[in-house]
Design a protein around this ligand. Structure first.
Ligand SMILES: Cc1ncc(C[n+]2csc(CCOP(=O)(O)OP(=O)(O)O)c2C)c(N)n1
Ligand SMILES: [Mg+2]
Length: 343
């Protein structure tokens, strides 16, 4: 497997040096729904940003805009029964696992119809029915939970793979290293997917880490690891699929790093003034949705009118989710403690 050994990893504006798996053919039948999903996630978040400014959504809210190819490509490589654990930038990841725009938007609004009945909010999305186990706000603290899900699968002979998303900032945390160590020791069926978007809050990767190839974190425990282009949903799918196959076959865990970028600030209160001049525009030339559109138009002969229709239907679905959330009831305060302990 290809591995990047340079300490000088890809910067935000440059494509990574190594694109690990590029060969497998992707069909139009795969790319069309992936494209739709990326567009829907983006539109839902654009409307969430609008709702936030209108104070319909309150508290923390971290948008994923720009990174959509990662969760859509990664989830396409999973089975329904495979488990997912994420950090707080989790709107796209749970939608990719199959939760509706309505259930996510209503949760952001804090409404009873939300995916966690309005008591979780943006950072704590989860759905047992979709094997999506959160949504966590403690940076890096959720990575051992992904290891735990992988341990459960191995212990119970379930052949399920555990996928854990985390950021470049989380890759500096002690809990992250401990999870890697035990996962490798026990050869757990886990895939750890670092979404390296170049920043931890306002601190750029170069200012917070000596190594900028986050996949090298696996070397200390001898874990299979590699880095790939997270702007292209096809690349993400190919790479995560290889890792998932490897883990499911009992070979042990894999540490992956997707090079990506967030277009918005860290959270809704961050104007993102720490970016270099022109950085955002430069990254947008690789936009995951534009890339998919070009491929559909130029390589698969999909007519522009089909993409236009897709956009109309996505806008309608996202708007419906917004209105559903807006008109849904607040949670009943009497039920506040209902979900504190398992029945
Ligand atoms: C243990 C802990 N330390 C600090 C924070 C404050 N904090 C919230 S998000 C964040 C940055 C994390 O960056 P990264 O892991 O790259 O994720 P991204 O926001 O880029 O998706 C920090 C330091 C926290 N929530 N938890
Ligand atoms: Mg980051």
């Amino acid at each position: 497997m290809s591995e990047q050994l340079s300490t000088n990893g890809a910067s935000m504006a440059d494509a990574p040096a190594i694109l690990a798996y590029t060969a497998d053919e992707i069909t139009k039948e795969q790319l069309l729904p992936w494209t739709r999903q990326m567009m829907l996630i983006r539109r839902v978040e654009e409307l969430a940003a609008k709702a936030y400014t209108l104070r319909k959504i309150k508290g923390f809210c971290h948008l994923y805009i720009g990174q959509e190819a990662v969760c859509v490509g990664a989830t396409a490589a999973l089975r329904h029964e495979d488990t997912v654990v994420a950090a707080y930038r989790d709107h796209g990841q749970i939608m990719a696992k199959g939760v509706s725009a309505r259930a996510v938007m209503a949760e952001l609004f804090g409404k009873a119809t939300g995916v966690t009945k309005g008591v979780g909010g943006s950072m704590h999305l989860s759905s047992k029915a979709h094997n999506f186990y959160g949504g966590y706000g403690i940076v890096g603290g959720h990575v051992p939970l992904g290891a735990g899900a992988a341990f459960a699968s191995q212990y119970l002979n379930k052949n399920e793979v555990s996928l854990t998303y985390f950021g470049d900032g989380a890759a500096q945390q002690g809990a992250f290293f401990e999870a890697l160590e035990l996962s490798q020791l026990w050869k757990l069926p886990a895939v750890y997917l670092c979404e390296n978007n170049g920043y931890a809050m306002g601190t750029s990767l170069e200012r917070q880490s000596y190594l900028t190839d986050m996949s090298r974190r696996g070397d200390g425990v001898g874990m299979m690891r590699w880095q790939f282009n997270g702007f292209d949903v096809e690349e993400v799918y190919r790479n995560v699929r290889k890792a998932v196959e490897y883990a499911r076959a009992g070979n042990g865990p894999v540490l992956l790093e997707a090079i990506t970028y967030r277009y918005r600030g860290h959270s809704m209160s961050d104007p993102a003034k720490y970016r270099k001049k022109g950085e955002l525009d430069s990254v947008k030339t690789k936009d995951c949705i534009d890339t998919a559109h070009e491929r559909l138009l130029n390589d698969f002969g999909v007519p522009q009118s089909e993409l236009d229709d897709m956009k109309v239907s996505i806008n309608a679905e996202a708007q419906d989710a917004y209105e559903f959330a807006d008109s849904s009831p607040e949670p009943d305060p009497a039920k506040l403690y209902d979900y504190t302990y398992a029945e």
